[in-house]
Design a protein. Structure first.
Length: 571
């Protein structure tokens, strides 16, 4: 099949690429030419490498890319002009194990003709130059990452934005892809301070870090002093993500390593008596609570130990370690059959922390301090209250099913084309493919609708199990429906407001409080309060003359509880 031009709208894309001789043989086996691709309800991405093979690592090759996106409800014809992007990119195959799969994912950078970065808005996502074309290959729902990032974003944290699309590479149809933002420091992504090499002292040195735990432990970073198990000789390695390993200077390396070491030493000696003066000094506790919830809701087989990111801003902007952004949830929500991750019952974190896992296969461990957090009364209470809040809103079945039905409808046409050339529901394993997930559950599902229904049913059963288990995290007498009122917002007036509004709140016990303001996407704008507050009723007056009109999120965070509310500014 030859395609002159393509355009695709929405959250998944099709990619065309130049193939090596070996890959061309596989392409013939998959019979891509049988697909008659003329138009899509999704955005269409077209890539032309001009005969070059896309490499698996730097240096990337230079190629041309065009994007067709005529807008919601308007079909994208393959002969439509490129109206969302037309220009140069650099491109490479991305991924670790997934780089060996037949359907490849790609990292790409939009460029000017001279090779410099070109920040552009792609498919409605904020302007940037670093992007990912993710191939949902072994996730036959095609949406596990899309779903997870949506949930995390709605929980109030930054998660990479996604747009499904269809991809054409070098004139050949490649199926459904997802255009995603790459995790990086940016005001519209991980919104922390810029950390240049000359920022080596004072408040400037304390923020602008993204670190991660992942495969490839030889990459630049540092090892924890504390093993994941007391008797283990293994180590947890924190890798530098921003600044990059070849850009971060010694003073910055020493600072972030010292911060993590101080936190881990505190946790190593922690006796569960005063969280405010222990992990509360180092962690944005709310983010770690939500990180636990999203990893356990999905039973993410890589959770806590791979593709696990953290970031830290300056001390003047809060300065605590934040869990996230979330990343790589394709092996989740019952999509694998190893490490018990397909089961409805059981905590994935507890499985990773037990002796049977510790002495098993792949060697990728969970930091010891997760055990300390999960056993801490205050942390468990925070999980309890947050979970109950989410179950009445974002994680209510009505909300979840509505979103899944929306994605199902969006992809129902394109998935048929996709599964003509790639593994589909009920198909056997692909012969000659790269690494394949152990005990990958084929499940004998016959249709795409079956796959979406399986996802719904698995999530519903998982949440019901978590309801029962999380109820044991606190002691609330005979009535588990009663929630303590340790921290609550009682009134915001006026709301909507013009420049100034007043917040009344109640605090059950004296503690350190933070009052944070974020935009509707969860990106923090300001830390309005950070001090010790006595128990009782309190009033805070907010004067915000410099904010633009819009909806904002207000969050009051104590050591055990969080209270949230929306405020509306109208000028």
């Amino acid at each position: 099949m030859h395609i002159q031009s393509l355009n695709i709208p929405i959250k998944i894309c099709l990619i065309l690429f130049t193939l090596s001789a070996a890959t061309l043989a596989e392409e013939n086996r998959l019979n891509r030419s049988a697909v008659n691709f003329t138009s899509s309800n999704l955005p269409v991405i077209v890539i032309d490498t001009h005969g070059q093979t896309i490499p698996t690592s730097n240096p990337r090759i230079i190629a041309d890319m065009g994007v067709i996106d005529n807008g919601q409800g308007i079909r994208n014809q393959i002969n439509d002009p490129f109206n969302n992007y037309e220009g140069k990119i650099s491109i490479e195959i991305r991924g670790s194990s997934s780089a060996g799969w037949l359907k490849k994912s790609y990292g790409l950078e939009t460029q000017n003709d001279d090779g410099s970065n070109r920040n552009v808005v792609l498919l409605g996502m904020p302007a940037e130059n670093d992007w990912i074309l993710y191939a949902p290959y072994y996730d036959r729902s095609l949406i596990r990452n899309v779903l997870t990032f949506h949930l995390v974003n709605q929980m109030g944290w930054y998660a990479t934005r996604t747009r499904p699309c269809e991809l054409v590479l070098n004139g050949d149809y490649q199926g459904v892809y997802v255009l995603m933002e790459k995790i990086k420091r940016d005001r519209n992504r991980v919104n922390i301070a810029r950390l240049d090499p000359d920022k080596i002292s004072g408040d400037d040195l304390t923020g602008g870090y993204i670190i991660k735990i992942d495969k490839e432990p030889w990459k630049p970073g540092f090892d924890s002093r504390y093993p994941p198990q007391p008797s283990s000789g293994r180590k947890i390695r924190y890798q530098f993500h921003y600044p990059k390993g070849d850009e971060i200077v010694d003073e910055q390396k020493n600072y972030i390593r010292g911060f993590i070491d101080a936190y881990e030493t505190t946790m190593y000696n922690y006796n569960h008596s005063n969280p405010a003066q222990s992990y509360g000094l180092y962690l944005n506790v709310e983010s770690f609570v939500d990180n636990f919830i999203i990893n356990e809701l999905s039973r993410n087989v890589d959770g806590y130990r791979l593709s696990t990111f953290f970031h830290k801003d300056k001390d003047s902007k809060g300065g605590k370690l934040v869990a996230g952004p979330a990343w790589d949830f394709n092996f989740s929500f019952g999509n694998v059959g190893y490490y018990q991750a397909e089961r409805i019952e059981g905590w994935q974190l507890e499985y990773f922390l037990n002796d049977s896992y510790f002495h098993s296969v792949d060697g990728f461990q969970v930091p010891f301090w997760w055990r300390k957090l999960l056993n801490d009364t205050h942390f468990r209470e925070s999980i309890y209250h947050r979970w109950r809040q989410l179950r009445q809103s974002l994680l209510h079945p009505d909300s979840l099913y509505a979103y899944l039905d929306q994605l199902h409808a969006l992809l129902d046409e394109a998935q048929e084309r996709n599964f003509e050339i790639w593994i589909g529901p009920g198909d056997p394993k692909a012969s000659g493919d790269g690494w394949f997930p152990p005990d990958y559950p084929i499940r004998h599902l016959k249709t795409y609708a079956d796959e979406i229904n399986y996802l719904k049913q698995w999530m519903t059963s998982r949440m019901q199990w978590m309801d029962q288990e999380i109820n044991t995290f606190v002691s609330l007498g005979d009535d588990p429906s009663i929630m303590p009122t340790g921290l609550k917002i009682t009134r915001i007036y006026p709301n909507p407001f013009n420049a100034t509004t007043t917040i009344d709140f109640e605090l059950g016990q004296a503690q350190q409080l933070q009052l944070r303001l974020s935009d509707i996407q969860g990106r923090e704008i300001d830390l309005l309060l950070n001090r010790w507050v006595e128990a009782g009723a309190h009033t805070a007056v907010l004067h915000l003359p410099n904010l633009a009109s819009g909806v904002y999120l207000l969050r009051i965070q104590g050591i055990n509880q969080i209270a949230r509310s929306k405020i509306v500014l109208i000028k």
